[in-house]
Design a protein around this ligand. Structure first.
Ligand code: FAD
Ligand code: FES
Ligand code: MG
Length: 396
C-alpha cells in the first residue's frame, strides 16, 4: 500500500471532497478510514496560499443575490487553529444567509403590497373555479375578441416580471369584447395566476390571437378533449356545429366532481360522451374508449379533433390510424417568443420540422412525433421546479 503523509492527505481530501469513490479507489483500506475522518474533521475548510479558509454553500434560491458560496479567511496556516475558529465563522456566514433570505422575503411582500397589479393591462372581468387546479378567467380584450377564431391561442404575461404563458382561447364573445381562458395549475406561473388573478385585477400583457385557425369544412366530426384540452376543444366544436356539421363531443375527467361546461357542450353537440376515470359519471375509462364507441357507431366520421396531454393525443392518433380517419391535434410544446424566431416550439411532423406558434398549433396527428414532443416538454423540469420553490419561499 502506498504511504502518504498527513499534509498530502489534507490536500487530497480538499481536492477530492466530492469524489469519495475516487479517494477510496486510490487509497484503499488503511487510508480510507483516515481520509473519511479527515473529511469530516475538515468540513467547511479549504486551504488557499497556505492559509485556511471557510466555505459555506449558498442555497440555490439565493444564488442570484449571494453567489454560489460564502468564503472567509481564518488567517492561519495551522490546521488545529483553523478547526478551533471554524464553527464561529460558519455560524456567522449561515446567519448572513438567513438574514438575506428574510430581507428578500420582506421586500417581496412589500412589492406585492405596493404593486399587486398593473392597472394599465387587460382587466379580468370574471373568474370561475372548476376545481382546486382548474379555473376560468374572462378577460376584457375587445380587439382580440373581434379577431379571435377557433383553434388560436394567446400569450399572457401576468406582471412586469412574469414569463410568457401560451393559453388557448377557450371562448370569445365579440359583443362583450371578452376572451375566456381556462387554466390548469401545473407550475410557478399558473400557481401565481391562480393566486393573483381575481375579478378586477389585470394581466400586464395579452398578445394574440396566434396560430392558424382550425379548418372547418367537414360533415361529421368527433371533438375529443381531455385534461388541459377540454376547454380549448370547445370553440372548435361550436364552430363545427355552426358550420352545419354533425358533432360528437368526447370529454374526459378524473371523476364527476371535476366535470365542467357540460351544458355548454350539450348545447352544441349532437351527441356528447362523457368519460370518467372512476366511472362516477358517463362511461368508465379514458377518452379513447369514448372515441372508439363513436367510431363503432358512425362509419361516416370524416374527421377527429383531439386536444389534451400529448399521451392522450398520441392514443387518439393510434385509435384512428387503422381506419385512416383524418385526425388533427393541437400541439402544446414550449412556446417562448411566439414569433417563429426562437425555435422553442419546434415539432416533428413527418419529415418536416414545424414551429407550432406560426405553422400550427394544429397538425396531422398521424404524422406528429409525440415522443419527441414529450421529451422536449421535459427539458427544463429542474429549472421549473427551482422557480416554483423560489416562488413558494417568496423569493421569485
Ligand atoms: P412550469 O413549472 O414552468 O412548467 C410545467 C410544464 O409546463 C413544463 O414541464 C412544460 O411541459 C410546460 N411549459 C412550461 N413553460 C411552457 C411554455 N412557455 N409553453 C408551453 N408549455 C410550457 N395550459 C392551460 O392550462 N390552458 C390552456 O388553454 C393552454 N393552452 C396552451 C396552448 C398552447 C399553444 C401551448 C403551447 C400551451 C398551452 N397550455 C395551456 C400549457 C401552458 O402554457 C403551460 O402549462 C404553462 O406554460 C406552464 O407554466 P408554469 O410556469 O405554470 O409551469
Ligand atoms: Fe419561438 Fe415558436 S415559440 S419559434
Ligand atoms: Mg414556468
Amino acid at each position: 500500500m502506498r504511504r502518504i503523509d498527513a499534509d498530502t492527505m489534507h490536500r487530497k481530501v480538499q481536492n477530492l471532497r466530492c469524489e469519495k469513490v475516487q479517494l477510496r479507489r486510490r487509497y484503499p483500506d488503511g487510508c480510507q478510514a483516515y481520509g473519511t475522518e479527515l473529511m469530516e474533521e475538515s468540513k467547511f475548510l479549504f486551504k488557499r496560499h497556505q492559509t485556511w479558509w471557510v466555505k459555506v454553500a449558498v442555497p440555490r434560491t439565493l444564488r442570484d443575490t449571494l453567489g454560489y458560496d460564502l468564503r472567509e479567511s481564518l488567517h492561519t496556516q495551522d490546521f488545529e487553529e483553523a478547526i478551533a475558529a471554524r464553527d464561529t465563522v460558519v455560524s456567522a456566514l449561515k446567519q448572513k444567509i438567513h438574514d438575506v433570505r428574510e430581507e428578500l422575503k420582506s421586500s417581496r411582500a412589500c412589492r406585492t403590497a405596493v404593486e399587486p397589479d398593473d392597472e394599465s393591462g387587460f382587466e379580468i372581468v370574471a373568474r370561475e373555479d372548476f376545481s382546486d387546479v382548474t379555473f376560468l378567467l374572462e378577460v376584457d380584450a375587445p380587439l382580440l375578441a373581434r379577431a379571435a377564431k377557433p383553434g388560436q391561442f394567446v400569450i399572457v404575461i401576468l406582471h412586469k416580471r412574469g414569463e410568457r404563458i401560451p393559453l388557448t382561447i377557450a371562448d370569445f364573445d365579440r359583443d362583450k369584447g371578452t376572451i375566456t381562458l381556462v387554466i390548469q395549475v401545473v407550475g410557478k406561473s399558473t400557481f401565481e395566476m391562480q393566486q393573483r388573478c381575481q375579478k378586477g385585477s389585470h394581466f400586464h400583457g395579452v398578445v394574440g390571437p396566434m396560430g392558424f385557425p382550425s379548418e372547418l369544412g367537414t360533415k361529421k366530426v368527433v371533438c375529443v378533449g381531455g385534461g388541459l384540452g377540454i376547454a380549448p376543444v370547445f370553440p372548435q366544436l361550436r364552430a363545427f356545429k355552426e358550420s352545419g356539421a354533425y358533432v360528437i363531443g368526447v370529454v374526459g375527467f378524473r371523476n364527476k366532481d371535476l366535470i365542467f361546461w357540460q351544458e355548454k357542450f350539450e348545447q352544441y353537440c349532437d351527441e356528447l360522451i362523457i368519460c370518467t376515470d372512476d366511472g362516477s359519471a358517463g362511461i368508465e375509462g379514458r377518452v379513447t374508449l369514448g372515441l372508439e364507441k363513436a367510431l363503432d357507431k358512425h362509419a361516416d366520421i370524416d374527421r377527429v379533433i383531439a386536444i389534451g396531454p400529448p399521451i392522450m393525443m398520441k392514443a387518439c392518433a393510434e385509435t384512428t390510424r387503422p381506419g385512416g380517419i383524418e385526425t388533427i391535434v393541437s400541439m402544446n410544446p414550449i412556446v417562448v417568443d411566439g414569433t417563429g424566431m426562437c425555435g422553442g416550439c419546434r415539432v416533428r411532423v413527418g419529415d418536416d420540422i414545424k414551429f407550432a406558434c406560426v405553422d400550427g398549433p394544429e397538425f396531422d396527428a398521424h404524422k406528429v412525433d409525440f415522443d419527441d414532443l414529450m421529451s422536449r416538454l421535459g427539458r427544463f423540469r429542474g429549472d421549473e421546479a427551482l422557480a416554483l420553490d423560489s416562488w413558494k419561499e417568496g423569493l421569485a
